[in-house]
Each structure stands twice: as C-alpha cells, then as structure tokens.
Design a protein around this ligand. Structure first.
Ligand code: URA
Length: 244
C-alpha cells in the first residue's frame, strides 16, 4: 500500500498533506525518515510514525458528516446532490456509502463508511440502534398526546403495510412545538409519520445522535470529519454488547 493511502486511511492526513509532511521530513517508516509519500509500505508490519506518533492502520474508513438541506443520502442521484459530493474526491473514491437514510430536507448526523458488514449490523431491524432527532412542529402537542405516541401507534410504511411503532421517548420544550424523539427503528419517514398520526406536521428535522455518535465538532452544515479511533471502538463495543 502507498504511504499516502495509509496515512489517509488513519484519518490523519489527506494524500496531498501526506506528500507535504513527507517532504518536510515529518514521516518515518521503521525509524527512517521517508521524504516521498508514494513509497510502498506493508500496513500490517511497517512502523509508521508521523510527527513523533506511531499510527495504526485502519482497514475501513468512517466519516461523520453534518448533512445540509437539499442533499440526498445516496451514492448517486440523477437530480439532487448527494452527501458523498460534500467529501473531497479522494474520499469519494473509497466506496463509501451512507449508513442509513435521511430525507432530502432532514439535517444532521450521517455516518458514511465502506465497512459493509458493520453498516448491515447497525441497520438490521433487530439491532434497535438509538437515533435522536430534534424536530419542530406546526402545532403545539400536549403531554397526553406525546405519551400516546411514545407507547406506539399504528402507521402505514412505504410499502403500504400497517405496523405498530416501537416505543420511543419524546421530550418537548415549553412551547410544545419543538422537542426531541429517540427512536430505535428506522422505518420510512418515521418521525414525520409519527406526528402526522397525531394530526400534526413536522416542519424541520435534524438527527443529533446515532447510537454513541454525536455531531461533536461538526457545527457547520456540510462539515465532515473522520471518526476518531475512540469513537470507532466505542461504537463497535456498544454494538457487540447490544447484540449479545
Ligand atoms: N424520520 C423522518 O421522517 N425523516 C428522516 O429523515 C428521518 C427520520
């Protein structure tokens, strides 16, 4: 594997930044300064040190992104821009895909990865990963109505089938028109349909949590960053725990 590819896989440097760091003498392989980032290395065996820190190879790429309005959570779309287009070209070539969907006008947290088996586990209906959404409503809603929705109501899914929603947790602010909902399933337009069932309408929707992941450090819409090693480990540990 090329050294610059290895460095970008660790989430530390883009390929062009890796080339610069190499020229500046900040990278060593097995104790020897390497001035060219196109040098080939064995990511499992060679010891790569960047600015004094030893780096570990990450087989998969994980990106957290703050989805802006108007982008679709797909890898390709003939009409609208996709969330992949928010990433540099070099990342667009890494076969990343969105782990789950957000509607075109839903904002907030998206995980993108090229780890298919992990995405499959996170999205499997039996995994019940928690997702928190912040929403605003057209009309105020009262405590009795939110309690009814929390227990579970019948909705029609995208295929036209009736299903009972899993219990969820709703917290409203004092206006009764904005709040958060924690869901453990990801049915088609779930949040919107939930409040439509109560004769209301969701005006804005933002995902602020996906299992153990939050938008920490991604205040701007369209901003993205690599998952830290700690976030990746916490997510995997939590997933293993919840599937035992
Ligand atoms: N529920 C919705 O209605 N839309 C989303 O994008 C996500 C959850």
């Amino acid at each position: 594997m090329r050294l610059d590819k290895f460095l970008s896989s660790t989430g530390r440097l883009s390929r062009s930044a890796a080339a610069k760091a190499a020229r500046a003498g900040r990278i060593s392989v097995n104790g020897e300064i390497v001035r060219s980032a196109d040098r080939h290395i064995d990511p499992e065996l060679d010891v790569v040190v960047l600015g004094g820190e030893q780096l570990t190879y990450r087989r998969f790429t994980y990106i957290l992104l703050n989805k802006p309005d108007g982008y679709v959570s797909a890898t390709e779309d003939g009409r609208d821009p996709t969330v992949l287009e928010l990433l540099p070209e070099e990342l667009q070539r890494q076969n990343l895909f969105p782990c789950g969907r957000l509607d075109k006008h839903t904002l907030g947290l998206m995980l993108l990865t090229n780890n298919g088996p992990l995405a499959h586990r996170l999205l499997a209906p039996k995994t019940h990963v928690e997702k928190t959404y912040f929403f605003t409503l057209r009309d105020p809603i009262d405590a009795a109505e939110t309690a009814r929705l929390e227990k579970g109501v019948y909705l029609i899914d995208g295929a036209g089938d009736r299903y009972l929603t899993r219990p969820c947790a709703i917290e409203m602010d004092e206006t009764g028109k904005a709040g958060t909902v924690v869901l453990t399933e990801g049915k088609y337009h779930q949040v919107k349909r939930l409040f439509e069932e109560a004769g209301n309408r969701v005006l804005t929707l933002e995902r602020i949590r996906f299992d153990t992941l939050t938008l920490d450090g991604l205040d701007e819409r369209g901003a993205w960053r690599y998952l830290t090693v700690r976030e990746e480990e916490t997510l995997l540990a939590h997933l293993n725990q919840s599937q035992q």
